[in-house]
Write a protein that binds this ligand. Structure first.
Ligand code: MG
Length: 212
């Protein structure tokens, strides 16, 4: 592969799910549903998952069906101690430094969360752009318009890009725009989504890109 732009998801892509960041955000989302929207504890978790599957993010479902204020929600659910869970990843930093392409992050999380995660991993300086949910007017991946917004802001076409994410549905949209789609993580080999590459860890990206 010889892309001219690399675009990375953030959570569960630049670090593995075992770090527990997403689990803590999910617990905060459940609390938000229970305490702020008055849902029963036993319905909060299933609704969170159902909205995320149907609309890309739980927030997108809450904005459509519950008139939730996105900034209030994003502040509440990202109030977690990221610094307790993530430490600088020197291997990732060295790999990113050695890859010549410009790099961007495109996350369904908030801008503040993205900045905290990137600085805890010690890799913030490698990314020229960080596109958060606020950057795409709260319309998340896997919506096509979210990807189109990011490509327009970067000034590149889909075929110039490699896009790396842990969620097959996001990669499926990326491919419809001509991007080369790389799945990262445990689900890498289990899913049937057409892909251009699959890696168990983000640390394996450089060797994948080096293949002809
Ligand atoms: Mg992710």
């Amino acid at each position: 592969m010889s892309p001219t732009q690399l675009i990375f998801d953030l959570d569960n892509t630049l670090y593995p799910p075992s770090r527990g960041v997403v689990a803590r955000v999910d617990a905060r989302i459940d609390r938000y549903l229970i305490e702020r929207l008055g849902m029963a504890p036993e319905t909060a978790g299933p609704l969170r998952a159902r909205y995320r599957d149907a609309y890309g993010t739980t927030l997108n479902g809450l904005m459509r069906h519950h008139a939730v204020d996105p900034d209030d929600y994003l502040t509440a659910v990202h109030e977690i101690a990221v610094e307790e869970l993530l430490t600088p990843d020197a291997v990732l930093g060295a790999m990113l430094a050695a890859l010549p392409q410009p790099k961007a992050v495109f996350t369904n999380g908030s801008a503040e969360h993205a900045e905290r995660v990137l600085s805890c991993l010690g890799v913030r300086a490698h990314f020229a752009h960080v596109f958060s949910l606020e950057s795409v007017a709260y319309v998340p991946k896997p919506e096509r318009v979210a990807f189109e917004t990011v490509l327009a802001r970067l000034g590149v076409d889909g075929p110039a890009c490699v896009f790396v994410d842990d969620r097959p549905e996001n990669l499926a949209t990326a491919r419809t725009l001509g991007m080369r789609a790389v799945l990262v993580g445990e689900r890498a080999l289990a899913d049937g989504t057409p892909l251009d590459g699959a890696i168990a860890s983000i640390h394996d990206l450089a060797s994948l890109l080096a293949r002809p």
